[in-house]
Design a protein around this ligand. Structure first.
Ligand code: MLT
Length: 242
């Protein structure tokens, strides 16, 4: 029986290591970038183009004025942007059929740093089972390993991504997988809090910051499990469901 090695990395810049190894990458940024991407695509956005910085986002938008300009800096919508980074903003009415240029502090950076990997999937609690099953089946078919790249917060480790990585690993261990120490630690962390995800994620530094900014509902929403059975793929310059 084929066995798949599973590991997890803790920050955006660690994505380069996963690319170098040739792993299938699952990018996660529970609060809030990948929760936003999954919600936008579930609600009918055509595609998301992730970019690293504000200048690049504004440039793309001025070249394509019909695109929606979206993202955050310091958690807040930058001036002149159509949308912030709150998944709850991405309603069907606002985004159905639209191309969205998205720039966030850590999440879109992780996505950009993952470029070069053959397979880049976007994960969150919202699409937990779908992304886990799809990643495993691709890894087995292609004979490659899996790395869950946690975006972290501003270049540092973050609790919510560590727990979400553990939730994905919890799904993967039903098959023949070998866990690295970081993957096993994430898995054990998740098992410890699985019956009370929201309360535990609320203790994270990033949650505390978001609560101060008035975004507690985003945290609550991002902790919902398996709301959307979809798998976003990042290929070329955009993220779509194909
Ligand atoms: C990020 O990419 O750093 C986050 O999504 C920040 C946020 O909570 O808006």
């Amino acid at each position: 029986m084929i066995s798949v090695n599973v590991t997890t990395e803790f920050t955006a810049r660690d994505a380069f290591r996963a690319v170098k190894r040739g792993d299938l990458i699952i990018v996660i940024d529970v609060l809030r970038c990948t929760s936003t991407i999954v919600t936008a695509l579930a609600n009918g956005a055509k595609e998301i183009i992730p970019v690293k910085n504000l200048k690049e986002a504004r440039r793309k938008h001025s070249e394509n004025p019909n695109y929606l300009l979206a993202g955050e800096r310091g958690g807040l919508k930058p001036s002149g942007f159509d949308l912030g980074n709150s998944p709850l903003e991405y309603t069907r009415e606002k985004i159905f059929g639209r191309t969205i240029v998205l720039t966030t502090t850590s999440g879109t950076r992780t996505l950009e740093n993952s470029k070069g990997a053959e397979w880049i999937l976007v994960g969150s609690f919202l699409n937990l089972n779908a992304v886990t099953e799809r990643a495993l089946s691709i890894a087995i078919d292609e004979g490659i390993d899996i790395c869950i790249v946690q975006s972290g917060t501003d270049g540092r480790f973050s609790l919510e991504d560590f727990i979400c990585a553990g939730a994905i690993i919890n799904g993967l261990i039903r098959s023949n997988v070998n866990l690295s120490d970081s993957a096993r630690a994430s898995y054990l962390g998740f098992k410890h809090v699985e019956n009370d995800l929201f309360a535990n994620i609320m203790k994270s530094e990033h949650s505390k910051r978001l609560v101060k900014l008035g975004f507690i509902k985003d945290i609550e929403f991002s902790c919902r499990v398996n709301l959307f059975p979809i798998v976003p793929f990042y290929k070329g310059e955009s993220i779509t469901l194909k």
